[in-house]
Ligand binder design. Structure first.
Ligand code: MF3
Ligand code: CO
Ligand code: CO
Length: 287
């Protein structure tokens, strides 16, 4: 039994389906990110969409989490709990979707992105676009023989060069039939250190990037993570599998998501975070 979520080609085929559903959920949610919408409404949409695909929303009841998706607004770093508060023009919101498919003994697909509610301030746009690019730069490090530390080092070097900081307490993670497995994938570190990547390993990369300091604090709801200085925080996440040629982004979207500047990554090429498929819908980016 491999320690680090190494999967066979058959298992990867199954996992690809869970990941596709998670990615489609973000595409579905994009148009709903508007001033006046509550995070509870986003939760309801994700919950119903997931069940309609015969899938299960992994967050619901995971270690006591009360909702089907994480919604993290502005200074919330991650694990925000959907609630009745309405989104306001200028907010940024990360929607973190994790889908289990098939329902029984299924695989997890974990992906998140940060959206713009209405028109972002220049600083909001900065932290979001740094987070988006940080994920792409992390993905570019992945190939057989590379090490976990190569990913974190590249992400951290990029984010700090852009004047942002990287959260240390929360990391990417191995993923498969279990939501969170080894290895832990820090978004900081030393090149040439840590677990050696092997073909078939599946894990997430999900940098949390702060406009101010990297320190965090927790709300007493037991989940919500905030920046300690209450500066803005943004995050993007993909589930990937190591391949002979590098990696495959299993949660790659087949259409552009609206209300985030969701561009085919110039850096990623074939590994782009979205590639138009045959059924691609051309969305209208509002930001
Ligand atoms: N999706 C988160 C991650 O990227 C984990 C959320 S755990 C939950 O790892 F319980 F808050 F849903
Ligand atoms: Co994750
Ligand atoms: Co996630």
């Amino acid at each position: 039994m491999a320690r680090y979520s190494v999967h066979s080609p058959k298992e990867i085929r199954q996992m690809r389906k869970a990941c596709e559903l998670a990615a489609e959920t973000l595409v579905m949610i994009g148009p709903h990110i508007q001033p006046g919408v509550t995070t509870e409404e986003i939760n309801r949409l994700v919950h119903e969409f997931t069940l309609a695909q015969d899938a299960v929303p992994a967050p619901l009841n995971y270690r006591g989490f009360p909702k089907s998706v994480c919604t993290s607004v502005n200074e919330v770093v991650c694990h925000g709990i959907p609630e009745e508060r309405a989104l306001q023009d200028g907010d940024i919101i990360n929607v973190d979707v994790t889908t289990i498919y098939p329902r029984r003994n299924g695989f997890h697909g974990d992906t998140s992105m940060t959206f713009y509610v209405g028109t972002p301030s220049p600083l909001a746009r900065h932290v979001v676009e740094v987070a988006r690019e940080a994920l792409e730069i992390g993905i570019l490090q992945v190939r057989p023989g590379a090490r976990i530390g190569d990913i974190g080092h590249a992400v951290e070097r990029f984010a700090t060069a852009k004047g942002c900081s990287v959260v240390r307490e929360y990391t990417g993670h191995g993923i498969g039939r279990l939501f969170h497995t080894e290895p832990s994938v820090p978004h900081y570190g030393k090149p040439g250190t840590g677990v050696v990547l092997r073909k078939g390993m599946t894990f997430t990369i999900e940098p949390m990037i702060n406009l101010g300091g990297f320190e965090i604090e927790h709300l007493d709801d037991g989940w919500t993570v905030l920046t300690r200085d209450h500066s803005l925080s943004a995050q993007f996440e993909h589930t990937i599998v190591v391949t002979d040629g590098g990696c495959e982004v299993l949660t790659r979207r087949n259409a552009r998501v609206v209300n985030s500047e969701d561009q085919p990554g110039a850096r990623l090429g074939e590994r782009s975070c979205w590639m138009p498929g045959e059924d691609a819908v051309e969305g209208e980016a509002t930001a």
